[in-house]
Design a binder for this molecule. Structure first.
Ligand SMILES: [Zn+2]
Length: 410
């Protein structure tokens, strides 16, 4: 028998759920036909996992950090920096980053819509005109995200995240002036305020807004930064554990976090972060990547989307498509690999957002202890010998099972 030395981690984003009335009070995982996931559960060991801690509602960012072995309490320094990672910017230690909205104000600076009529088109064109502007001796980095979202990054000496939001988090009030919370943050606040005023000037008669006006839509005539944070030092998985890592996933936020962890972020033809993603192609790519990497990570976003949209029927379909992909993994399974299948959080269709419920986890591989669990779902796995673990435990458990863990003591 070959001793496991490689790791495959498959994260079924937001797939875990609660009982759904329209599914006869079953969860989508319980209601779906999933012979391959069940086969892995039957031949592996199962349990429940609290992505962060019991009852804590995880964001996809904090839970992915935990699953990759980082303590989110230490490395997560606020939404701003991770939003910036999420829109695809590469951040460096010490960068100060903000989440931003494209918003609508009137001529007196009163905020009329914090999302500029949920603007969808033209934000990349606007972002190009704001990116690289010089403020206070440094060039700002600005990039659009999805819809009305964007990120602002300041990179340079003497910056501080201790500043207040420009976004007033309300409408029919004037936007706020960015204030330093300690004297050393004055320069950062000045740069932010200069950027906001410059955005007003540039956006006033911007082509995108002229077009929006013609279409009767609200203009995106200001950028409102909020949620400042300094980007932490994140040690790569290769430096921490000596692992050569690859990641497969379509969502920008997840790809960004994997990049921070020093993983090779692979592109898969036909695979997206949406419902239409080619899951089979991802499965084949994971098997291929295991030939050249020690640790392969995969995220499939589709289940989370169904949870946010409240679509139990679609979520059942997603489980069945995932199961088909698991069939490909099962068929080509490299015997020197230990695999975990889990979720980064629960996204119940009845809630439409992430909740703090634990998620199912299964671990499969050769040569270690197994249990009697035969079904991969939220309820059945609770009988498994993994019992209840935390998100940050998972990679450590996989390192142990793949004979890579360092001994603690003599
Ligand atoms: Zn998620």
């Amino acid at each position: 028998m070959v001793a496991p030395k490689k790791i495959l981690m498959i994260v079924l984003d937001g797939l875990a759920d609660r009982p759904v009335a329209e599914l006869g009070n079953k969860t989508p995982l319980q209601a779906a036909s999933k012979p391959n996931l069940n086969w892995f559960a039957e031949h592996g060991k199962c349990g429940l996992m609290d992505p962060i801690a019991p009852g804590i509602r995880p964001g996809s960012d904090t839970s992915h950090l935990a699953l990759l072995g980082y303590d989110p309490d230490k490395v997560y320094t606020g939404r701003g920096p991770f939003e910036a990672v999420g829109v695809g910017l590469s951040l460096e230690e010490g960068d100060v980053a903000f989440r931003c909205n494209f918003a609508t104000i009137d001529e007196n600076g009163i905020v009329k819509d914090r999302r500029a009529g949920r603007i969808k088109e033209g934000t990349s064109q606007i972002a190009k005109d704001l990116d690289g502007l010089e403020m206070g001796g440094l060039k700002v980095i600005f990039k659009e995200g999805t819809e009305h979202r964007a990120a602002l990054v300041l990179r340079g000496e003497g910056l501080s995240p201790e500043v207040t939001d420009v976004d007033p988090h309300a409408v029919d009030v004037k936007y706020d002036v960015c204030q330093p919370l300690d004297p050393e943050a004055q320069r950062t606040a000045d740069i932010v305020n200069e950027f906001v005023e410059e955005s007003r000037k540039i956006l006033k008669n911007h082509e995108v807004n002229r077009r929006r006006k013609e279409e009767g839509k609200l203009p995106a005539n200001i950028i409102l930064p909020r949620g400042s944070g300094v980007f932490p030092h994140i040690q790569t998985l290769e430096a921490k554990y000596g692992l050569k890592c690859a990641a497969i996933g379509g969502v920008t936020l997840v790809r960004g976090i994997c990049k921070l962890a020093g993983m090779d972020v692979l592109d898969v033809k036909g695979a997206t972060g949406g419902l239409d993603t080619d899951m089979d192609a991802k499965g084949r790519k994971a098997l291929e990547a295991l030939e050249s990497h020690d640790f392969v990570f995969m995220n499939i976003k589709a289940g989370d989307i169904c949870g946010h949209d409240g679509r139990a029927d679609l979520k059942v379909e997603v489980v069945e498509r995932i199961d088909k992909m698991m069939g490909i993994i099962r068929e080509g399974y490299p015997e020197d690999t230990v695999m975990a299948v889990t979720s980064d959080h629960t996204t119940p269709v009845a809630v439409g957002d992430h909740t703090g419920d634990p998620v199912p986890v299964l671990i499969y591989g050769k040569g270690f202890r197994f249990d009697q669990v035969k079904d991969f779902d939220e309820i059945s796995v609770a009988q498994g010998i993994l019992s209840r673990i935390k998100g940050t435990d998972l990679l450590q458990i996989l390192l142990n099972l793949s004979n890579r863990a360092e001994k603690f003591g003599a």
